[in-house]
Write a protein that binds this ligand. Structure first.
Ligand code: SPD
Length: 357
């Protein structure tokens, strides 16, 4: 009997230990059991109340992790240590992930709300037929500037940033494509230029801008611009929208030489453990009311036509954030330039960063 009791106690202890370990894995490493969903998204890019509502409605627990660049996201997915069920890469990265066989094809029959997406954002060259991805937000890259602290300055060209009066004033996005792209565009080159001499020229031009750079930052740009601690910033349009709600002295412009038109889409990576829940989450985010609330919260531009109709005119008709086709037609979408070329962009950006930070 005593032996039986010892055996029983050991089994009980082992089970408790196993449960504790699973719970810890759940909380700490993003381990995904069948009723959890691990979402990997950009920082400051969702209304967490909507995530909570999804949890309440479905009983699915969402583990939420953030990244601050496409490249950082890719590395984590390639490492495969976490069972990410959803990720939100940009267009050129989606193309690369498809190429590297990192994505699961979507089951459109489980995404009835896909019908609310504006045709303009469907079937784009980086994912024909939306086989792997569905639109989340879109936007441009441009200059955010403080009209009260810089009353005599106009910003129409990238080259306006090289004004000596802007010493120690400018914040840059911590992104290789964005910063190298600004250098390339300011010289009249394409954002997808693959000529190493042009890239070196772009770096040299950026180096000549370094006295004007205050910092290269992530989402901190919002606080710094909102609190008048910096006067100019290279930003994604949605961040501009969000910061301008905080500080009415700010304005946003897309320079005349051109800039980047980008698309962030939801995908299901091969790391997924709960493909069913991933489809449910994507479909939930595509619901017009949910997408409208999310748009009002984050400030980015929604590709969801039905959601757009629910937004205030002031937001939906602001051409700085919903630019008409005449403007978007002269912008460039990043292409997947291949491993070697993307490596060169990153290396040159790193050289620039080391000079600044
Ligand atoms: N804070 C949210 C940032 C999302 C930016 N995505 C834009 C990517 C453009 N390549």
């Amino acid at each position: 009997m005593k032996k039986l009791m010892i055996a029983f106690t050991s089994v009980l202890l082992a089970s408790v230990l196993l449960l504790v370990t699973i719970n810890r894995l759940n909380a700490v490493q993003g381990y995904s059991g069948s009723n959890t969903l691990t979402v990997f998204n950009w920082g400051d890019y969702i209304d967490m109340d909507l995530v909570e509502q999804f949890e309440e409605e479905t009983g699915i627990t969402v583990i939420y992790e953030t990244f601050d660049s496409n490249e950082a996201m890719l590395t984590k997915i390639q490492q495969g240590g976490v069972t990410y069920d959803i990720a939100v890469p940009s267009e050129y990265m989606i193309e690369k992930m498809v190429e590297e066989d990192l994505l699961i094809p979507l089951d459109h029959s489980k995404l009835p709300n896909l019908k609310y997406i504006d045709e303009r954002f469907m079937d784009l060259p980086f994912d024909e037929g939306n086989k792997y991805s569905v639109p989340y937000f879109w936007g441009t890259v441009g200059i955010l500037f403080n009209t009260e602290l810089l009353p005599d300055k106009t910003f129409t060209s990238w080259n306006d940033l090289w004004d000596p009066e802007l010493e120690n004033s400018i914040l840059l996005i911590d992104g290789a494509r964005e910063v190298m792209g600004m250098g390339l565009n300011s010289l009249g080159y394409s954002l997808n230029d693959t000529n190493p001499d042009h890239l070196q020229e772009a770096l040299d031009k950026l180096v000549s801008l370094s006295p004007n750079i205050k910092a290269i930052v992530g989402d901190e740009n919002k606080l710094l611009m909102a609190n008048n601690e910096a006067t100019v910033a290279l930003v994604w349009s949605g961040d501009a929208r969000d910061i301008m709600w905080e500080n009415e002295a700010l304005d946003y412009v897309v320079p005349v030489e051109g800039s980047n038109l980008w698309f962030d889409n939801m995908v299901i990576p091969k790391t997924a453990d709960n493909v069913e829940a991933a489809h449910a989450f994507i479909n939930y985010m595509l619901d017009p009311e949910i997408a409208a609330l999310n748009t009002e919260y984050v400030g980015y531009s929604t590709p969801n036509e039905a959601a757009l109709a629910l937004l205030s005119e002031e937001l939906a008709e602001d051409e700085r954030f919903y630019p008409p086709p005449e403007l978007t037609d002269r912008l460039e979408v990043y292409e997947n330039l291949g491993k070697e070329m993307l490596g060169l962009y990153n290396e040159l950006f790193l050289q620039f960063k080391m000079l600044i930070n």
